[in-house]
Ligand binder design. Structure first.
Ligand SMILES: [Zn+2]
Length: 193
């Protein structure tokens, strides 16, 4: 009984990890984060940040492409190897594909979207124009909102999702937190990104 459970569970865990590879690993390379302050400090709203939001959006959707791996291995395993291991792979990868596609159809937002990048661009444009909040406007994306560093005005009421910076809470805790949240902002704790 425990052996069966273990087989199913390892398949499920493996599928979960594989589909999160793009989002967990690609953006966290050191050279990719040199233009940003270390996590969890506020990030200046500029072209780099807007580009990053668009990249995070790509990594989120790349999970669907990566889901092909456990689906294929699951299929092979169902026929020729351990059926339970294959079933575990299939369940999790299939659920990921289903839930992301249905969320997309239902209009639920991913942690990073093109609309989010456009809202940030808008904040940046206003802060550089005559309508800016103060003469030396410095929009910074803090944990819960975008705020001007000079005058403290809230410029955009939007919590910050995970932006791919290496986590300040360490490799293991950061990893677990990202696995659970999928990069969405968790508002329960102050230091959360
Ligand atoms: Zn200001």
């Amino acid at each position: 009984m425990w052996a069966e459970f273990f087989e199913f569970f390892s398949g499920a865990a493996l599928a979960y990890l594989i589909t999160r590879i793009p989002f967990l690993t690609f953006p966290r390379v050191k050279s990719w984060n040199e233009q940003f302050p270390p996590h969890p400090e506020p990030i200046y709203v500029d072209g780099h940040l807007i580009q990053r939001v668009l990249h995070m959006r790509i990594f989120y959707w790349l999970a669907l492409v990566f889901a092909i791996i456990p689906l294929t291995f699951g299929w092979v395993s169902l026929g020729h190897g351990s059926a339970l291991f294959g079933f575990g792979l299939w369940t999790v990868a299939g659920w990921l594909v289903l839930s992301r596609v249905t969320a997309f159809i239902a209009g639920e937002e991913a942690p990073a979207t093109k609309q989010m990048a456009m809202r940030l661009q808008n904040v940046k444009n206003i802060s550089e124009s005559e309508d800016s909040c103060c003469p030396f406007a410095q929009p910074m994306w803090e944990i819960t909102s975008v705020r001007c560093k000079s005058c403290g005005k809230v410029l955009l009421n939007e919590p910050r999702p995970d932006l791919g910076r290496p986590r300040s809470d360490g490799w293991i805790m950061g990893f677990i937190r990202l696995l659970v949240s999928d990069g969405r902002p968790i508002m329960s704790s102050d230091e959360e990104e």
